[in-house]
Ligand binder design. Structure first.
Ligand SMILES: Cc1cc2nc3c(=O)[nH]c(=O)nc-3n(C[C@H](O)[C@H](O)[C@H](O)COP(=O)(O)OP(=O)(O)OC[C@H]3O[C@@H](n4cnc5c(N)ncnc54)[C@H](O)[C@@H]3O)c2cc1C
Ligand SMILES: *[C@@H]1O[C@H](CO)[C@@H](O)[C@H](O)[C@H]1NC(C)=O
Ligand SMILES: *[C@@H]1O[C@H](CO)[C@@H](O)[C@H](O)[C@H]1NC(C)=O
Ligand SMILES: *[C@@H]1O[C@H](CO)[C@@H](O)[C@H](O)[C@H]1NC(C)=O
Ligand SMILES: *[C@@H]1O[C@H](CO)[C@@H](O)[C@H](O)[C@H]1NC(C)=O
Length: 491
């Protein structure tokens, strides 16, 4: 572990000199004051620059996702979210809605206007008789896993620490449990939604099938969600964790991953492999997961037999397993993500991903690069089969495409390098897509994950044929275009 952390933090010396994006603020102070004096609950509070709450409310996992807001607002009731939305609409003041602050796209949960942070929606109410839990949108998934462990149940959410409920459940949610239970949003049963005009409603598939369709993939296009009710599942201890290998073992690791993908169809087994390039050094780190205290004979033995420099594998709680993907280490960099769907990882595709990691890792080290990584995320072809009603994402479920993914992550510190990083990432993504097509995998209609698509991605590429329906749902619930005052994928 210590070597891994050293590698990742090795080039982060410039981190604390990285400047946050500061835009010239408009005169938004009046809006802030009116919100502060109009709210109905004394627990709903407006904060200003200089207070710790203001700092926390504006903070993001990626420094490139933060801005300096005029004030921050922590509503404590859905009614007060509605009051704020009405004032913001009247003043035409830009605002942001933040749950866990892990969006990698600049401006999606930050603003020069009023930063709304949902931390006060922090309740977890477990209903054992219904196998459901109602969760506040101010929480992170780790907190929910930990809280539900006393009942031996869990929910389908993010795979690493610190990620918010909001962006995941409203955008997708690929989990270690998705081969068994689908995406996070497949497990949503009800949303408490504050509509753009301030009206509070409970949205279920029977109360409003359009909004229930739209909210599962449509983020903040239809208003602000305060709580979500999700299905719960029995959860025992699990087996797994992290195992990392030096470059010399990478080819062996790829052979074992290819065999795993070709041979293992057990929905409880999962491998997530990350090719890293940090501090001038390439290495590969795998998360192995089995949803039981012991894994069945054979399936992970080959991974353990390869020489490795770091190992943190055991029978443990699900919440403890989540901590073994050390994404908190990379907090504070400028970042971008990109996403390449494919049908199946093959030895030649794994070799190509290794080459992309090493090629662009070496090329980008002349910039303020701290870490680049390419994640290999294999899922079973049945990934998208676990749902009751259609959702905004992934709308084209029956196309039989998009079963596995390459996720690209670049981290750096100097804002002057932003354009270069985005340009190089686009070049790498284009190369990988072509390689996959040339390998005979037809991904023409595969949808990109809106949570990992880079700034500027065309809406059609993420929402496909559903886009028209989403646009008409949006204009029905938000005729005055209030939500266009905030960032995000705008229908
Ligand atoms: C370290 C890391 C690990 C990740 N791991 C996973 C993973 O395992 N699986 C996966 O699928 N994805 C993962 N992601 C991607 C993740 O799904 C997105 O970053 C997601 O948007 C984060 O949600 P958030 O609430 O933390 O983000 P935020 O930045 O707070 O919100 C993201 C967007 O959703 C909107 N939004 C959030 N809450 C609400 C709300 N209550 N009402 C209306 N709009 C809202 C925001 O306005 C914003 O536009 C990961 C990302 C990071 C950085
Ligand atoms: C990771 O960061 C989040 C804030 O984004 C914090 O709440 C959480 O406690 C951290 N987890 C660990 C294991 O450090
Ligand atoms: C696993 O798959 C590979 C092909 O990738 C094959 O050569 C091998 O025999 C399989 N092993 C088992 C145990 O099925
Ligand atoms: C490695 O990737 C680079 C950049 O995409 C490409 O130009 C090069 O041909 C690749 N090398 C091999 C051996 O495939
Ligand atoms: C707010 O919008 C919703 C959805 O269009 C509508 O049902 C409701 O009546 C509106 N509320 C007010 C107070 O206009």
């Amino acid at each position: 572990m210590s070597r891994l952390i050293t590698l990742i933090t090795g080039l982060s010396f410039a981190l604390f000199s990285a400047s946050t994006e500061v835009r010239r603020a408009g005169n938004y102070a009046a809006t802030c004051q009116e919100i502060a004096t109009s709210v109905s609950s004394s627990a709903s509070k407006v904060y200003y620059n200089g207070s710790p709450q203001y700092t926390k409310d504006n903070d993001h996992w990626a420094s490139s996702s933060s801005q300096t807001s005029a004030c921050s607002f922590e509503p404590a009731t859905a009614q007060d979210v509605g009051i704020a939305l009405q004032i913001l609409a009247k003043d035409q003041t830009p605002f942001a809605v933040k749950s866990g602050g892990h969006s990698a796209v600049p401006g999606f949960s930050s603003t020069p206007g009023v930063q709304i942070a949902l931390f006060s929606f922090s309740e977890i109410v477990y209903d054992a008789s219904a196998d459901m839990a109602t969760i506040g949108m101010g929480l992170i998934w780790d907190d929910v896993y930990t809280e539900l462990e006393q009942y031996d149940v869990t929910v389908v959410g993010a795979t690493s620490p610190g990620v918010g409920i909001g962006g995941v459940i409203l955008g997708g949610g690929y989990s270690y449990l998705s081969n068994q239970y689908g995406l996070s949003l497949d497990n949503a049963v009800a949303f408490e939604l504050v509509m753009p005009n301030g009206t509070v409603a409970s949205i279920t598939s029977s109360s409003d099938s359009d909004l229930f369709f739209g909210l599962r993939g449509g983020f903040n296009n239809f208003g602000i969600v305060t709580t979500v009710t999700v299905k719960t599942y029995p959860q025992s201890q699990v087996w797994g964790g992290r195992i990392s290998y030096a470059e010399a073992q990478w080819d062996e690791v790829n052979t074992v991953i290819a065999n795993f993908v070709a041979n293992v169809s057990d929905t409880k087994a999962f491998v997530h492999s990350t090719g890293d390039y940090a501090a001038g050094e390439p290495f590969v780190s795998n998360i192995l997961f089995y949803d039981a205290p012991e894994y069945p004979d054979g399936i992970f033995d080959d991974f353990l037999a390869i020489e490795h420099f770091d190992e943190d594998l055991s029978t443990r709680s699900y919440s403890d397993l989540i901590l073994t993907l050390p994404t908190n280490v990379t907090t504070g960099f400028r970042v971008m993500f990109s996403w390449v769907p494919l049908e199946q990882f093959t030895p030649s595709i794994l070799e190509m991903v290794k080459n992309q990691t090493e090629f662009y890792g070496a090329e980008l080290m002349q910039y303020s690069t701290t870490l680049i990584s390419y994640d290999v995320i294999p899922y079973l072809p049945s990934l998208y089969d676990h749902y009751d009603t259609p959702s905004a994402f992934p709308s084209s479920r029956d196309s039989g495409q998009g079963h596995s993914f390459i996720e690209l992550y670049y981290g750096w510190t100097n804002p002057d390098d932003d354009a270069k990083m985005h340009q190089v990432a686009a070049e790498s993504v284009a190369y990988m897509k072509q390689f996959i097509v040339d390998a005979g995998q037809d991904m023409t209609n595969a949808l990109l994950y809106p949570n990992c698509a880079p700034s500027g991605t065309a809406l059609e590429d993420m929402y496909g044929d559903a886009l028209e329906r989403l646009q008409s749902i949006r204009s029905a619930v938000d005729p005055d275009n209030v939500m266009s005052l905030t960032g995000g994928w705008r229908f």
